[in-house]
Design a protein around this ligand. Structure first.
Ligand code: BEZ
Ligand code: FE
Length: 288
């Protein structure tokens, strides 16, 4: 076949894909071609615009490194990560809602004992995080693994600092006790802009959008025989809850940052009055 034009080229490409042996590859390729051609037909780009689109994607790739994932950021800021998350976590019942993993998760965080302080290279108001892990029937999930990470009082993650992955901070792995409880000490995180010194930042600017995420703490909670939950707990009252640049906020994931009144202790550790306390109950869905 030859003599392709704007009326017949889409069908011609689709026919070329009809020999693809793998059904899933064929389905994905066909949908990609149909939607991409429809997109181009709708916007009718000039050649200069198409070149700048290709330059944008090239720069997005070039911006990626061990500690910077510009493509994840692109997917996040266009709402695609939350869409993929929603499609893959259609949990029924009372299971904890999920949200994006984000680019700052580090698999090799340190295993620490319950109650540990995790923010050694950061200042900020002290915060206690207390959680509990249950199954959908209300039974505690003993020994659940809790991976947690958050930004500092300036809105930066450890991996964004000059020391990079060498000095992990404000992140750790904990195991819940027999009652499914866990707790640790840290500092109160603040809202922060997603990295915006690259192509995605330029895109947000051009779209008239701010780059901020509301203050939150990340959690990945897992246990044998349960689905893993990747989520955040957001701090109630944050100014960016309704305009999170990555569309990650859900009402059920917002918790009030309480203040510990009076001298008290937690599992034998004295807790200074005025310390902030973030508490959340996680519910793991049964594995499918
Ligand atoms: C985060 O919460 O760590 C995050 C999520 C998406 C994009 C950038 C950061
Ligand atoms: Fe975050």
């Amino acid at each position: 076949m030859r003599n392709f034009n704007e009326d017949n080229i889409t069908q011609a490409v689709l026919e070329r894909l009809s020999h693809c042996a793998d059904a899933r590859t064929r389905q994905i390729s066909e949908a990609l071609v149909r939607h991409l051609h429809a997109f181009v037909k709708e916007i009718e780009p000039s050649e200069a615009e198409w070149t700048s689109a290709i330059t944008f994607l090239t720069r997005t790739g070039q911006m990626c490194s061990d500690t910077r994932q510009e493509f994840i950021l692109l997917s996040d800021t266009l709402g695609v990560s939350m869409l993929v998350d929603a499609i893959n976590h259609r949990f029924a019942g009372n299971a904890t809602e999920t949200t994006v993993l984000g680019p700052f998760y580090v698999e090799e965080a340190q295993d620490l004992p319950l109650g540990a302080y995790i923010s050694h290279a950061s200042d900020g108001p002290p915060m206690i995080v207390e959680g509990s892990v249950f199954d959908t029937r209300g039974e505690p999930v003993a020994n659940a693994l809790i991976e947690t990470w958050h930004a500092d009082d300036h809105g930066f993650y450890d991996v964004q600092r000059a020391t990079g992955k060498g000095a992990l901070d404000m992140r750790a792995r904990f195991h819940a006790d027999d009652a499914g409880h866990f707790w640790y000490r840290s500092i109160v995180p603040v809202p922060y802009p997603v990295p915006n010194d690259g192509p995605v930042g330029k895109m947000l600017d051009a779209q008239g959008r701010h780059p901020y995420r509301p203050a939150h703490v990340h959690f990945k909670v897992s246990a044998p025989d349960f689905e893993t939950i990747v989520t955040h707990v957001f701090l109630e009252g944050d100014a960016y809850l309704d305009s999170d640049v990555v569309f990650g906020v859900k009402d059920a994931l917002i918790a009030k940052l309480e203040t510990v009144e009076g001298a008290t202790s937690l599992a034998g550790h004295p807790v200074t009055p005025g310390t902030a306390r973030l508490a959340y109950r996680f519910v793991l869905p049964d594995s499918r």
